[in-house]
Design a protein around this ligand. Structure first.
Ligand code: CTP
Length: 402
């Protein structure tokens, strides 16, 4: 995604320990070509020097509403920037923002801007849990600001840290900034369910059979659907890649659990994308305990698992668009078309197994997209993000009757 190259971002920093991590945010944004204007509150300067932010952004840092006797043009700063990010946002800053105060440069910029606002809280877990903070955050969300929930993890004080309060990691913040700046509304208002990854079928208490799926394709689809404004639920087997921030995640282990989760998710769903590679077979008689070697080599009798797309067909709401995948080693188009018909799909994405640059674990894919009513489209080798965009372009087209 080159969404942020040349884009103007106002990065507000308030006085929390986590502000040292905001240096990494500023640095990553600047490395991707964004023009980052850092605005620090007075207390933020107690934690990190302005010079550090100047070094990583290559731009002057702003910190005073009145500089050298002149009113600093906070209106211009607020207008020129396309996104305002406040990270960390302390309880005090959140309270000031919720009250609409304009008593320092950052608060004034917030009131003066019409750009989208992303607030990334960081505070002690008790302060986050306080009803006053809850009410302030609710107010900010009502105004239309995006307020991230803090993470659970070690807080500044070594004796605290049971509850949420920790600032989201720089990588996540940068990912959300990229998505916000590149957002389009082609799936806005829609609920999209994506399945991803393999499933595992237990053989005994410690062993399972599975496959090499990493979940990368499904995760790319979830991220792309979020970028297009959809509400996304990701139903995930054990993944080898991190899930995108902002989707609801249901973790499952077996194909049966994934089938149940898909059935539960289907009411109200507009688009179902089955990108998962559920295990098709499972041990017929899994042992409860660990199978011991001294009893010899066990015979492994397998049985079929549920075909999720077929088994949940009756639960699809009217008008729900269903996209499947077909992983094939030969005759991709013919096999994919047969699966499209057998599983009652609107679109199927055929991809070759075992080919260089495609399939499980690869960063790229080579796909053939076949809509129920159309010709096969053979796409060249692309990143999985690019493939996700191509698939969802066609989904948006079908939704809008094109
Ligand atoms: N799928 C499913 N339930 C399964 C297996 C697969 O719903 N138990 C879905 C996949 O998520 C994919 C589509 O069905 O969207 C096709 O999966 P694929 O593995 O290509 O085909 P299979 O149906 O498993 O058939 P085969 O193994 O014979 O190729």
């Amino acid at each position: 995604m080159q969404a942020i190259e040349g884009r103007r971002i106002l990065l507000g920093v308030t006085g929390g320990i986590a502000s040292y991590k905001t240096v990494a945010v500023a640095r990553q944004l600047a490395q991707r070509g964004a023009l980052v204007d850092v605005v620090m509150t007075r207390s933020a300067r107690e934690f990190v020097g302005a010079i550090t932010f100047e070094a990583v952004t290559g731009r002057a840092v702003h910190d005073a509403l009145i500089a050298e006797g002149h009113a600093l043009d906070h209106i211009a700063l607020a207008r020129e920037n396309e996104l305002v990010v406040v990270a960390p946002a302390t309880a005090d800053f959140i309270a000031r923002a919720a009250a609409g105060r304009a008593d320092d440069l950052l608060a004034a910029c917030l009131v003066a801007t019409s750009a989208p606002v992303l607030i990334v809280p960081a505070m002690n877990d008790r302060m986050w849990a306080h009803p006053q903070t809850t009410a302030n955050v609710a107010r900010l969300r009502e105004i239309g600001y995006t307020v991230l929930d803090p993470a659970v993890g070690p807080l500044a004080s070594p004796t605290e840290g049971a509850g949420p309060g920790r600032m989201r990691e720089p990588e996540e913040i940068v990912e959300i900034v990229e998505r916000t700046l590149s957002a389009d509304a082609s799936l806005a208002g829609l609920r999209v369910v994506v399945t991803a990854g393999p499933t595992r079928e237990p053989m005994d208490a410690v062993r399972f059979i599975s496959n090499r799926s990493s979940g990368r394709m499904g995760v790319a689809l979830a991220a792309e659907a979020l970028r297009r404004g959809a509400a996304v639920e990701l139903i995930a087997g054990p993944l080898g890649v991190p899930v995108p921030h902002g989707c609801a995640v249901t973790n499952v282990e077996t194909t049966g659990e994934m089938a149940a989760a898909v059935r539960d998710a289907l009411p109200g769903t507009d688009v179902l994308v089955m990108a998962a590679a559920p295990a098709d077979f499972r041990p017929a008689h899994p042992a409860v305990a660990k199978i011991k070697k001294e009893h010899g080599v066990p015979a492994l009798e397998l049985e079929r698992t549920t075909d999720i797309l077929v088994a949940t067909r009756d639960a699809r709401p009217p008008g729900c668009l269903v996209v499947g995948f077909a992983l094939e080693t030969e005759d991709i188009e013919a096999n994919a078309r047969a699966k499209l018909a057998a599983k009652g799909l609107d679109m199927i994405v055929g991809n070759p197994a075992g080919e260089q640059g495609a399939g499980f674990g690869s960063e790229t894919n080579i796909v053939t997209i076949i809509a129920r009513t159309g010709d096969a489209e053979h796409l060249p080798l692309m990143s999985k993000g690019g493939v996700a965009a191509a698939i969802l372009d066609r989904v948006a087209g079908l939704r809008h009757g094109r």
